[in-house]
Design a binder for this molecule. Structure first.
Ligand SMILES: [Fe+2]
Length: 368
């Protein structure tokens, strides 16, 4: 993909997301259900590579590692993130010059020292230039498991998810500008969209940051009211961090069927009025409404001027503490489902009310 604008760090997509959990046996069964396969094991550390398509999830169980302490503090979570860059050394020193804080990740003898800076919530943000099959960090530091020695077999299809579409950070109120500027200063991200979503009782503000490669997208969320879902996340997660990770497929209907077969709990479908109104909202969209409704898939985008730009999406229930996943298919739409945002927001709010974490009686005066 050609760069959208000046790309001083040579960014080229997400390389991996690293996960940790304070107790064993939490991440592995979940990743299996999500369609991932464990294909390689680190040569010296208690670290595994799980893959689906071109998506790499790292499970780090190494005692007294950064990941270990992160999980002690935050519970099961995404404790690290990696960007692909053209030249990791150059990108690292440029980041330090621009004020990034280095993070030292100890490496064994003959192992790669992965350059990392301190990112969201103190989690390491790695800069990786070895990502080509055969020359990747995994080819050097990992051993492929039996059955995956052949590079042609190293990208299991799983449920059909091919890449990380975006991942969202939840930040404390007043901190969205800090993180937007951080990604802009170091990596030349741009704000592509800004939403200020007011539910009936609470709200959230969101800035969708996109990298110059057009592949790394990081929306930033901040609480817009009081006692809302972002505040609840920050309390439960014990700090700022990755709220959800969106995985992209070319066939969401089939991928959702596979997720359901595997027993991944998904958000319940919106009511039938949502589906009845789709034709009005997106005239001539041509998507099979009954099929979407049967699975609870949401549709967004635009069909203005006869030009179809559509996005299909569905969210999981919280699966790692408050952290959840999104499953998405893009048909020429580059948004994040903002048309669905309000509907989703209100459905989460209704869920908060049902669970009793949001008291609404005083907040809902009857109109005179
Ligand atoms: Fe999302």
């Amino acid at each position: 993909m050609a760069d959208l604008f000046d790309n001083p760090m040579g960014l080229c997509g997400f390389e991996f997301v690293e996960f940790a959990a304070p107790t064993p046996g939490v991440l592995e069964p979940l990743f299996e259900k999500l369609g991932f396969t464990r294909i390689a094991r680190h040569r010296s550390k208690d670290v595994d590579l799980w893959r689906q398509g071109d998506i790499n999830f790292i499970v780090n169980r190494e005692p007294r590692s950064l990941a270990y302490y992160f999980a002690q503090e935050h519970g099961p979570s995404a404790c690290g993130l990696a960007f692909r860059v053209r030249d990791a050394h150059k990108a690292y020193y440029r980041a330090l010059e621009l004020g990034a804080q280095p993070i030292d990740i100890p490496a064994g003898p003959m192992e790669l020292r992965l350059p990392a800076i301190k990112g969201i919530g103190g989690a390491p943000l790695y800069l990786i230039d070895r990502y080509e099959d055969g020359k990747s960090i995994y080819d050097i530091d990992f051993e492929f498991l039996p059955g995956y020695e052949d590079p042609a077999r190293r990208h299991p299809v799983g449920h059909g998810f091919k890449l990380i579409d975006h991942l969202t950070h939840n930040v404390y109120r007043g901190r969205m500008a800090y993180w937007a500027q951080w990604y802009q200063r170091l990596f030349n991200f741009r704000e592509i969209r800004y939403f200020d979503i007011q539910g009936e009782y609470t709200g959230l503000k969101s800035r969708a940051m996109t990298a110059p490669d057009g592949l790394i997208r990081i929306p930033l969320n901040e609480e817009g009211g009081s006692g809302g879902q972002i505040e609840e996340f920050l309390l439960q997660f014990n700090g700022e961090g990755i709220q959800h990770i969106a995985l992209r497929t070319d066939d969401l209907l089939a991928s959702v069927d596979a997720l359901q077969m595997a027993g991944v709990p998904l958000m319940s479908a919106p009511n039938d009025i949502y589906y009845a109104m789709l034709e009005e909202r997106l005239p001539g969209h041509g998507e099979p409404v009954a099929e979407l409704q049967a699975r609870g898939i949401l549709l967004d985008g635009s069909t203005a001027g006869g030009e179809k730009r559509l996005l299909l999406q569905i969210f999981s229930q919280p699966l790692l503490g408050p952290v959840f996943f999104e499953f998405i298919q893009r048909k020429n739409d580059e948004g994040f489902g903002e048309g669905n945002f309000k509907a989703l927001f209100e459905s989460l709010e209704r869920d908060q009310i049902r669970r009793g974490t949001l008291k609404v009686a005083a907040a809902q005066p009857q109109p005179a």
